[in-house]
Write a protein that binds this ligand. Structure first.
Ligand code: PLP
Length: 411
């Protein structure tokens, strides 16, 4: 008979190593967290890259609670709606990196990816190009864990172990648009869409090489293919602009988002859809788009998102990210040359340190935790650095100093 701890099956865990050894978090405020015995930790990753406005925001809790009391949720299928969903769709269209976008709500990032993939494929089916079913993804990519997302995964461990999920996927190296050009030259007429994270996140934090996204957009235009930007991590300010697509100056056809939309206060995702796909899927004769989720447009989640966007705007947290960007860059760059460090990568308030000896990653994470700093390893060789936008320069520098000490200690 399992004991109490063993009842909870943790995602992305080797359960043979977990029972009885959990870190139970009880409270959060700003970029700080407290566990169940009162120990305090700096949240260096904003949870799973979501707590952008910081923890413990009473405004968001109050907005969600007020909505929960009046109408927590109903369906927005067919012609039903609720006020927060309507207001949030308007607001997202106003900031979207696409002119004249429509907004399709989901329950999270994996939902958003599968929704965008189905929209892209449906678009070509409606246009009579039934052969256009292939989606091109990139090495090191993470696109969530639903069916499409798992098939699109460029992190080998995440794609493997299930048998084949979807055959119509091609992978290209994430940093080489000429490889994409070659794939287009060979398979162009079968390609429905290219999907990519503007900055690869869970796969190790890889910013794009200079000019990469403009080249990809140009190739998509040349072969008349759709471009899906997976901005689940980069959306809503992580790089100091509303979207990474703004920073890299591209106009995707579809943008998948989640996480920073509510800063994680309630689960919510949104796909921002440009006129090309929307007009085809909304045209008379296209029929019903047979896709949606019970909690699409969840009223309380949308109210939380509206409050979260208020905070981002009123406190101009994108400007705070832009102020902290050179601080993080300088601190991480100064780690180059330490024997324990193989590479550092960063853009915006997003960074990773890759270790020379990958097996030291868990040790480093454990030591930093002992020193009151919570972060995690990525793909077995790097550590993730993506603090809440409200971290102060002093806190960021303090973290970097402790990190440098521990890396030096690793030798
Ligand atoms: N897409 C990207 C780029 C992500 O980083 C993630 C999650 O980390 C997802 C999709 C999936 O999001 P969720 O875990 O909310 O389903």
């Amino acid at each position: 008979m399992a004991d109490k701890a063993q009842r909870l099956w943790h995602p992305f865990a080797d359960m043979s190593r977990i029972p009885g050894h959990e870190l139970v978090l009880a409270r959060g405020e700003g970029c700080w967290l407290w566990d169940d015995v009162g120990r305090r930790y700096l949240d260096v990753t904003a949870g799973l890259w979501f707590a952008n406005v910081g923890h413990g925001r009473a405004e968001i809790a109050d907005a969600a609670a007020a909505q929960l009391r009046s109408l927590a949720a109903y369906s927005i299928f067919d012609r039903y709606a609720n006020e927060p969903a309507l207001a949030l769709a308007d607001r997202l269209a106003a900031i979207a990196p696409i002119e004249d976008a429509a907004v399709f709500f989901t329950s999270g990032g994996s939902d958003s990816v599968d929704t965008a993939a189905k929209m892209a494929r449906r678009y070509w089916q409606l246009r009579g190009h039934t052969e256009r079913t292939v989606i091109v993804a990139r090495t090191n990519a993470y696109h969530g864990m639903h069916g499409f997302g798992t098939a699109l995964a460029g992190i080998p461990g995440n794609a493997a172990g299930w048998g084949q999920i979807m055959p119509d996927v091609l992978h290209v190296p994430h940093d080489d648009h000429t490889a994409l050009a070659a794939v287009f030259a060979q398979h162009g007429t079968k390609i429905a869409a290219v999907i990519g994270e503007p900055v690869i996140a869970a796969g190790g934090v890889y910013p794009p090489v200079e000019g990469y996204w403009k080249q990809v957009r140009a190739l998509c235009d040349e072969y008349d293919t759709l471009l899906i930007a997976d901005e689940v991590v980069t959306g809503y300010g992580r790089l100091g602009s509303w979207f990474a697509s703004d920073l890299f100056e591209i106009r995707p056809d579809l943008v998948t988002t989640a996480k920073g939309l509510t800063s994680g206060y309630l689960p919510l995702g949104a796909v921002l859809v440009g006129p090309r796909v929307r007009d085809e899927l909304w045209s008379a004769g296209a029929g019903m788009f047979r896709h949606g989720y019970t909690y699409s447009g969840h009223a309380a989640a949308c109210a939380a998102a509206l409050s979260n966007l208020d905070i981002l705007e009123h406190e101009d947290l994108a400007a705070q990210v832009r102020r902290l960007t050179p601080v993080l860059a300088a601190e991480l760059d100064s780690l180059r040359g330490l024997p324990a460090v193989r590479e550092v990568r960063h853009v915006g308030l997003l960074g990773a340190v890759q270790l020379a000896q990958p097996e030291q990653t868990d040790t480093l994470v454990a030591r930093l935790r002992e020193r009151g700093m919570l972060l995690r390893g990525l793909v077995g060789h790097s550590i993730q650095i993506s603090p809440p936008f409200v971290i102060t320069e002093t806190e960021l520098r303090k973290f970097a100093a402790v990190l440098a000490e521990e890396l030096t200690e690793l030798g």
